[in-house]
Design a protein around this ligand. Structure first.
Ligand SMILES: [Zn+2]
Ligand SMILES: [Zn+2]
Length: 178
């Protein structure tokens, strides 16, 4: 969503938008693919001008659908995040493309008198995706031999001594060695 800076009134501009899952994934393009899905993303944002700078404050709300990193079960992960950015005009001499990165958070450049809200929304969601989602803290995971979901019942392969996130790593090593 592009906002023309000239169109931002002195009292600020209130923007509310909903992106469908399809729209959101189009915005993602090829920036680090992750295994998740979502139905929609809601955005509420206040855009203000302060001299040459643009202040963006708002919230992004969505419901991420992930797979448990131990047992692969479906996990819902509600996400509500607040953002607060200051955008400055891009320096005229800088030719390199500026892209959002974690170091640039809260401080980004805009150019051509346009602010791209979509870029910020994508960043807000992608940054908050848990790296190792779990269906529950005590998830027992899958048996590395037969794939039995150990939350639902044990199998004949007995205790694997899986007690934490490293349990899976251990299992992978054992599998490779055989
Ligand atoms: Zn699980
Ligand atoms: Zn088993």
């Amino acid at each position: 969503m592009l906002i023309k800076i000239d169109n931002i009134p002195a009292e600020g501009l209130n923007v509310e938008a909903t992106y469908s899952g399809q729209q959101f994934f189009q915005l993602l393009e090829d920036s680090e693919p992750r295994d998740f899905a979502l139905e929609k993303v809601d955005v509420a944002c206040m855009i203000k001008r302060e001299m040459q700078n643009v202040i963006l404050q708002g919230t992004v709300t969505t419901n991420l659908e992930l797979s448990c990193s131990r047992c692969l079960r479906h996990v819902e992960f509600p996400l509500a995040t607040e953002f607060d950015y200051i955008l400055m005009p891009e320096p005229a001499f800088g030719e390199e493309e500026r892209e959002l990165s974690s170091e640039d958070l809260d401080f980004i450049f805009y150019r051509d008198d346009m602010v791209d809200l979509s870029q910020i929304i994508v960043e807000q969601v992608v940054l908050k995706i848990p790296i190792r989602p779990l269906c529950s803290e005590n998830c027992k995971g899958l048996c590395s031999v037969c794939g039995q979901d150990l939350n639902e019942g044990s199998c004949s392969h007995g205790k694997t001594g899986r007690s934490g996130p490293f349990g899976i790593l251990k299992d992978v090593k054992i599998q490779k060695g055989t």
